[in-house]
Design a protein around this ligand. Structure first.
Ligand code: ASP
Length: 336
């Protein structure tokens, strides 16, 4: 039986340092356990992050990872995922993946069965089918219900702008208006509309891998790709420095490559908590109320996290497993 202990991270400003290490965003403990067990049974760090994210895809973590969540404007669920090998700096990523439940598996196939880094949309799904992944409907009663409620509520929240009819009051179809109006975007993003599993694994020898998987943002415009599969935004790994993985308002966060920034800060000597905070601060300068968090770990097994204090986020929870605990621990950090 899996036991979880909640440990406030202020007790360990630098985090515990112990390898191997698995760390992931949000309290997705079964994903942590899947990754940890993979490492314990001799799997590589890539196997660990793949298995961890795949567990969340199966469990439909929070309804925001895997099938049956975050229907877009047409009611369809599409998936984004990426995996990164910190030794070789190889990456596989998929975005706007349709019909395939195991997005992280497809991301790994992109990395290992093509010379490419990133496949998107319908063609990514065809690639996946060719590689033996099963095509299935990603719709569930729950996602149909979320979609029906959205239609009933005049398609709110809505991510269109500068179109008619007024997207803050009416459903589409939309046409562009001729004069662009000032962007007074009020974020519709909150803790309920999206999440991502972002995971880092580091083994005893210092091999580092990172991965992400998500179904993105509820009611997104079809074709929208979030930050999660974007290299350096959703996650980044480099076995000579460490790794980071982000979650939150991907449309804003991807503009700052926060995971890459955090890894570069660790390379320059910052401890993981400081590196995480620097990445959040960079975004905050432009979007003070953005919804987002990041986890960071360096190659010595130190780790940390940071989040932006927003109306719906004051504390961010994440999971850690390492040899000191040998069981997934729930950690929390106060947002700043
Ligand atoms: N970052 C993801 C996206 O915008 C969602 C999340 O992590 O909450 O697609």
């Amino acid at each position: 039986m899996l036991v979880i202990f909640l440990i406030p991270s202020f007790l360990f400003p630098l985090g515990d340092a112990s390898l191997p290490l698995v760390i992931n965003t949000w309290p997705f403990k079964d994903a942590t356990a899947a990754a940890w067990n993979t490492l314990q049974s001799g799997g590589s760090v890539l196997d660990a992050v793949e298995k961890g994210c795949a567990q969340c895809e199966i469990d439909q973590c929070d309804g925001t990872v895997g099938y049956g969540g975050s229907p877009d404007e047409t009611g369809e669920t599409t998936l984004d995922a990426m995996i990164m090998n910190g030794d070789t700096i190889e990456v596989g990523a998929v975005a706007n993946l349709r019909r395939i439940k195991n997005a992280i598996g497809v991301a790994r196939a992109v990395m290992e069965r093509s010379e490419h880094t990133f496949l998107a949309g319908e063609s990514a799904s065809v690639f996946a089918e060719n590689m033996g992944f099963i095509a299935e409907d990603l719709t569930t009663d729950k996602s149909l219900n979320i979609f029906a409620e959205w239609l009933k509520g005049n398609c709110q929240p809505n991510y269109r702008k500068n179109v008619i009819p007024d997207p803050s009051k009416h459903c589409g179809p939309y046409k562009p208006i001729t004069t662009l109006q000032q962007d007074n975007r009020t974020s519709h993003i909150n803790i309920h509309s999206h999440d991502t599993i972002g995971m880092i694994a580091i083994d005893q020898a210092g091999h580092v891998a990172a991965a992400t998987s998500t179904n993105g943002l509820r009611h997104k415009v079809p074709g929208r790709v979030g930050d999660s599969p974007i290299i350096g935004a959703g996650a980044y790994a480099d076995s000579s420095a460490g790794a980071a993985a982000a979650t939150g308002d991907g449309d804003v966060m991807m503009r700052f490559l926060p995971s890459y920034l955090a890894v570069e800060q660790m390379r320059a000597g910052a401890d993981p908590t400081t590196a995480c905070k620097m990445a959040i601060s960079r975004i905050k300068r432009h979007y003070s109320e953005f919804f987002g968090a990041i986890i960071c770990a360096n190659t010595t097994g130190h780790y940390g996290a940071a989040c932006n204090k927003a109306p719906s986020l004051s504390t961010f929870h994440y999971m850690v497993a390492d040899s000191a605990s040998d069981t997934p621990l729930l950690k929390s950090v106060n947002c700043f």
